[in-house]
Design a protein around this ligand. Structure first.
Ligand code: HEM
Ligand SMILES: [Ca+2]
Length: 732
């Protein structure tokens, strides 16, 4: 803490709003209001004044951001950084909420500074005080979340009211949750720094020095296994980047030729500098990679405190990738006839494709207006053609189920069929994830340990006390490690699985046209993803994502791994060492203490790059740990991911096998749902895929041979006659 008003003002201004000279006078008022004695720990007048001033600062910053874009500091067409913004869709209401949270963050910083400058309160005491003593602004300014819930038989679209005691838990727009105290440099929102106060190692340097490319295919898992992981991710988590009214935010000069000078920099910018000796980027003269902070959201009770980032989709594994996380999207996707979702027919294919998005060029990198660009429940759908394939399979499954239900129950309304089909598709997604996907990747033992292994029939483990919200270190740390499973290319196979064609991933980001170039394209890609191995889950990542991600017409793209590290810092994720403790390992005091979990050569590399063992980023330390037996992960990531999938299941009142609830499936129905598999989903929703291995997340082998889709003994189907009701039975 500093003495003297001018000194304090300089400190505040440089930390919070480096270029907002206009806020100086507003700040002056806050900092000169009263004498030390009068202030007391939390004088309400002072708090209101700080909230007012925080609001002014955040609003001025926002206006300035818009102005910068209008003045031409904007993203270039077809650039990787513009494509990155294709994955962010911020609705007006989201933007408003995010803005209020920025105002509260500014207010929190002001109060902390004011107390620090005038009393013995240290930043830590202040934060501890805030944890225990809720301070919040007037309800007219930020209204705590509340909702009256009906006793609903079906899930809401936005996730509210799943938990009746806490109707906001798991909803679209909820804050990510935390299992360790954040490491913001100022305790509130500042980008983390090393223990010494110096900068943490450059994320691009860490990416190239530790995670360089070594393309090895997995001997166990297929491309489909990786692709399902991404679908699961997109169902439960989506952070969005800060946005201006005028579009995305540019943080680099030109297309990355240099860092932007301070006076042209949006305060949400945290660009990644490309180090001098970078062999890849420097050949193209690229010195700066665009990177923008995630939007934040007020806590459910609107209280002041450190920044929390917003999850813009429902945290439940509830098919939001198919149906949307908000009413407007959900409505747009429905036909309102026969319970069906919209689909389009293409090239004499009997099965439908996803509908076309309203503004193709704002969402896809198309070379040609006739190329497809799709609309579904999640904005990231067009990121890769294989992601489109999975979305399409799920859309087709919904309509297949809806058609069957409606032909068996001709009196059912559109709404009834839609909701029942939705419930069945969600149940299948949950079953495939918990029965097939999690055990393959993380081992049966952990599912047993956490009490979330499949039950013979019903489970009764729902707990109202478990918050199903997505844990920040899960989504901005641990789960991103599975980026290691992304292969270089996408394989397409002909009908006899013989001839194959490889497409480079980087040629098809946001350009999914290869799924419908010919009548057979879709099925060819499906055969490819069940045949092609995923990349080996090791600490090496494909240069298709570390150098070329979202490459448009340039020769270079972004670095996903540098972004994973930077995003972890943006969200204030606690350090690797903190998570060792959270997860029951001994805290390391020297680099050498890591020897139980990390090999000696990797410890040496870490020691060269980081100043202190406490500085290691969660993503980096976790990625280097030796695998736990039966899992693709080390101890720390396993612990975080296990905790998340426990919460996602136990905290979901509508989880598909929950028994004794008004909305529970009948025993006959549940038995059928439990026959679902990813192999059957593919067989039922493609035209020309006639053969598939029973365990389609695993590569073909003598123990897992390709079988006929008509082999109902080994690849059973979900018999929907369990949903046939007596002809004149009435329904709500
Ligand atoms: C070709 C495949 C994939 C691509 C191109 C891709 C790309 C991306 C990108 C661009 C982001 C946002 C980066 C940021 O701004 O911070 C991201 C986030 C993420 N990815 Fe991937 N990813 C892929 C596959 C996967 C897979 C297989 C998994 C896990 C099984 C995964 C897990 C995640 C998670 C957890 C996040 C954070 C989600 C959020 O909170 O918004 N991704 N990925
Ligand atoms: Ca969801």
């Amino acid at each position: 803490c500093l003495d003297g008003l001018e000194c304090i003002l300089d400190d505040v201004i440089s930390e919070m709003c480096p270029i907002l000279a206009s806020t100086r006078s507003a700040l002056k008022k806050v900092f000169s209001c009263s004498s030390d004695e009068e202030i007391g720990p939390f004088n309400t007048e002072m708090v209101s004044e700080c909230i007012r001033c925080g609001r002014d600062i955040a609003r001025t910053a926002n206006k300035r951001g818009n102005q910068l874009v209008r003045n031409g500091v904007s993203l270039e067409a077809y650039s990787p950084s513009l494509h990155h913004f294709f994955t962010t869709e911020v609705s007006k209401d989201t933007q408003k909420t995010a803005q209020v949270s920025q105002e509260l963050i500014s207010a929190t910083k002001l109060i902390r500074m004011k107390l620090c400058s005038s009393s013995q309160v240290t930043p830590n005491t202040f934060l501890a005080y805030l944890e225990n003593n809720v301070i919040r602004p007037h309800e007219l300014y930020c209204k705590p979340f509340s909702k009256k819930c009906l006793d609903d038989k079906y899930r809401t679209i936005d996730g509210t009211c799943n938990n009746k005691e806490h109707p906001g838990w798991g909803r679209r727009g909820a804050p990510f949750t935390r299992i360790a105290v954040p490491r913001y440099s100022d305790g509130i929102y500042g980008m983390p720094v090393a223990k010494s106060g110096r900068a943490l190692p450059n994320p691009r340097l860490l990416s190239t020095r530790i995670f360089a490319d070594r393309p090895i295919g997995s001997r166990v898992s297929t491309y489909l296994n990786m692709q399902w992981g991404q679908i699961v991710t997109h169902d439960i988590a989506s952070q969005a980047m800060e946005y201006t009214d005028e579009g995305g935010i540019q943080c680099c000069l030109g297309n990355g030729q240099d860092m932007l000078p301070q006076d042209m920099l949006n305060d949400k910018c945290i660009p990644i500098a490309v180090p001098e000796g970078d062999v890849f980027y420097r050949q193209f003269g690229i010195k700066c990679l665009n990177f923008v902070r995630s939007i934040t959201t007020p806590k459910d009770d609107c209280s002041l405190g450190y920044a929390e980032q917003m999850n813009t989709v429902t945290s439940y594994l509830d098919g939001s990738v198919v149906y949307g996380s908000d009413a407007k999207t959900a409505t747009k996707l429905r036909t309102y006839s026969g319970g069906r979702l919209k689909e389009e027919n293409k090239r004499q294919c009997k099965k439908g494709f996803l509908p076309t998005v309203d503004d193709k060029f704002a969402t896809c990198d198309l070379r040609n207006i006739s190329h497809p660009c799709y609309l579904t429940g999640d904005v990231r759908v067009n990121q890769t053609p294989t992601l489109v394939v999975l979305h399409t399979l799920l859309l087709r499954e919904h309509n297949r189920v809806a058609d069957k239900l409606s032909s068996m129950n001709p009196l059912w309304t559109d709404e009834k069929i839609y909701q029942e089909a939705r419930k069945i598709v969600i149940a299948q997604i949950q079953h495939i994830t918990y029965q097939e996907w999690l055990p393959l990747n993380f081992g049966e033992a952990y599912l047993r340990y956490y009490g979330i292994s499949p039950r013979s029939l019903y489970s009764r483990s729902y707990s109202e006390d478990v918050n199903p919200g997505i844990i920040s270190s899960f989504t901005s740390g641990a789960f991103r490690f599975l980026h290691t499973m992304i292969p270089d290319s996408i394989m397409a196979c002909s009908s006899n699985y013989q001839a194959a064609y490889m497409y480079k991933l980087s040629d098809y980001y946001f350009n999914p046209n290869i799924v419908e170039t010919s009548k057979d394209s879709f099925d060819n890609i499906v055969r490819g993803i069940v045949t092609q191995p995923s990349s080996e889950p090791d600490p090496f990542f494909s240069s298709e994502v570390t150098n070329l991600m979202f490459k448009g017409r340039d020769k270079w793209g972004l670095d996903l791994i540098a972004m994973d590290i930077q995003r972890g810092r943006d969200h204030g994720i606690a350090s690797y060492n903190d998570y060792r403790e959270t997860c029951g390992l001994r805290r390391a005091t020297t680099f050498q203490d890591l020897i139980g979990e990390i090999s000696q050569d990797r410890i040496n590399t870490l020691a060269q790059l980081y100043e202190c063992v406490d500085d290691i980023d969660l993503f980096v330390g976790g990625a280097l740990e030796k695998d736990v037996q039966g899992s693709v992960l080390g101890h720390t990531f396993q612990c975080i991911i296990a905790e998340q999938f426990y919460r996602t299941r136990i905290g979901d009142r509508y989880f598909y096998d929950n028994g004794e609830m008004p909305h529970s499936f009948t025993p006959e129905q549940l038995k059928e749902i439990k026959k679902a598999s990813i192999a059957r989903l593919i067989c039922d929703n493609t035209e020309g895929v006639k053969l598939i291995q029973r365990k389609a997340f695993e590569v073909e082998s003598p123990c897992n041979p390709k079988l006929s889709c008509e082999d109902y003994e080994n690849i059973p189907h979900v018999d929907l006659t369990a949903w046939k009701r007596p002809k004149f039975e009435l329904y709500d």
